[in-house]
Design a protein around this ligand. Structure first.
Ligand SMILES: NC(=O)C1=CN([C@@H]2O[C@H](COP(=O)(O)OP(=O)(O)OC[C@H]3O[C@@H](n4cnc5c(N)ncnc54)[C@H](OP(=O)(O)O)[C@@H]3O)[C@@H](O)[C@H]2O)C=CC1
Ligand SMILES: CC(=O)N[C@@H](CCC(=O)OP(=O)(O)O)C(=O)O
Length: 345
């Protein structure tokens, strides 16, 4: 099967390249860029010298349709909503890593993303690609809205408890922390070394575009719509993302009972690892891999459950989950091309 990447030059695009180069059933055929077309990908990224010397090309839906079967969009918000429909029309399988098709409500997209929304019927056609939770809808689909990085860690952390009715969906507080690659490769003053190093800062309080996405999917899991509190922090590391989630318990489970519930829910999900009682995951334990590691703790005094969920933002939070979704679409083993050992130390 042949693949194209639109936005090949960005951080998620370059991670798609790294992973797809090792996928046994995919051949990388067309790399689309915006500002560096004409150059070779290895000119822009010398770490690929001698490994991949493909040219970066202009977006052309007809050329993509002639040359590839699947297109990954790793473009900033507001781009794929215009380009992707051209590929869908031509019968291509499309996987969008941006937020353009995640929200079902076009007005919510306009409010949170400050762009005109995609066509409402297309928003309905897009399958929300949270692999472990929506596997059945993803099988055989041709159009995936890949989840955001914070929503991936958050929703995998919440899904078993919400499905069971074990926590109150109206009580959820999410404390998110991300490495700087989460912001992409564009130049931003706040991402400079001196601004980030030896510091932790909160950002986008109450305005983060992942808020409506998380609320939409909590409603899908619990059947109830509630606002959540979600605070994001920038951490001086390149990759890695942690969400620490707090929720009031509806059922009087012990930590051990919650762990059993989570083990059962993720029994057939090789990329989700549940930590044994009394241990909680660190980002370093998943970086470079498609794993989401989850640790739990019941605070009997406050009747709250604490969930700690970690991922690599560019793998499970972007490129890895996108490939996992393609594997599910095609009926291949979900782990094809993704058996990656985390990089340690
Ligand atoms: N970084 C992360 O951890 C995650 C990112 N995402 C999402 O994935 C998408 C990509 O993010 P990320 O890789 O971080 O972003 P980057 O800013 O690193 O890269 C985006 C790339 O998109 C390209 N681009 C911009 N406009 C166009 C266009 N009109 N046609 C073709 N290419 C275009 C740019 O190419 P050029 O350089 O050639 O101009 C740029 O390289 C975003 O929507 C992001 O929100 C999702 C989850 C996690
Ligand atoms: C550190 C950092 O800035 N992270 C970005 C992640 C956004 C992102 O990746 O956006 P989508 O997943 O919605 O496409 C942020 O918090 O805005």
């Amino acid at each position: 099967m042949k693949a194209g990447i639109v936005g090949a030059n960005g951080y998620s695009g370059i991670e798609l390249i790294r992973l797809l180069m090792n996928h046994p059933s995919i051949e990388l055929e067309m790399l689309v860029s915006h500002s560096t077309k004409g150059a070779s990908i290895s000119d822009v990224y010398p770490h690929l010298s001698g490994l991949l010397d493909k040219p970066l090309e202009d977006f052309d839906a007809d050329k993509l349709a002639e040359r590839v079967d699947v297109v990954f969009f790793a473009t900033p918000a507001g781009i794929s909503k215009d380009l992707l429909p051209e590929c869908l029309k031509r019968g291509l399988t499309c996987i969008d890593l941006s937020g353009d098709f995640r929200l079902k409500d076009p007005e919510a997209y306009e409010t949170w993303y400050h762009h005109a929304p995609a066509d409402a019927s297309l928003l309905n056609d897009a399958v929300y690609g949270l692999s472990e939770v929506n596997r059945r809808q993803i099988e055989g689909a041709s159009f995936i809205a890949n989840p955001g990085c914070y929503p991936t860690a958050t929703l995998l952390g919440l899904a078993p408890a919400l499905k069971d009715g074990a926590i109150d969906p109206g009580s959820i507080i999410i404390d998110g922390k991300s490495g700087v690659s989460g912001s992409g490769k564009q130049m931003v003053l706040g991402n400079l070394y001196c601004e980030v190093n030896e510091s932790v800062k909160a950002y986008k309080l109450g305005t983060h575009k992942h808020l409506p996405e998380i609320e939409q999917e909590i409603a899908a899991l619990s059947g109830e719509t509630h606002p959540v509190t979600f605070t994001t922090h920038l951490i001086p590391m390149t990759r890695g993302l942690m969400t620490t989630i707090y929720a009031t318990m509806e059922k009087g489970y012990s930590t051990r009972e919650f762990l059993q519930l989570y083990e059962r829910y993720y029994e057939k999900s090789p990329f989700v690892r549940i930590r044994p009682i009394g241990t909680w995951p660190a980002t370093k334990e998943v970086v470079g891999s498609n794993f989401c590691d989850i640790g739990l703790n019941v605070d009997g005094r406050s009747r709250r459950l604490t969930i700690v969920s970690v991922i690599d933002n560019v793998v499970k939070g972007a490129a890895g989950q996108a490939i996992q979704n393609l594997n599910i679409i095609k009926g291949w083993d979900e782990q094809t091309g993704l058996k990656l050992t985390p990089i340690y130390p």
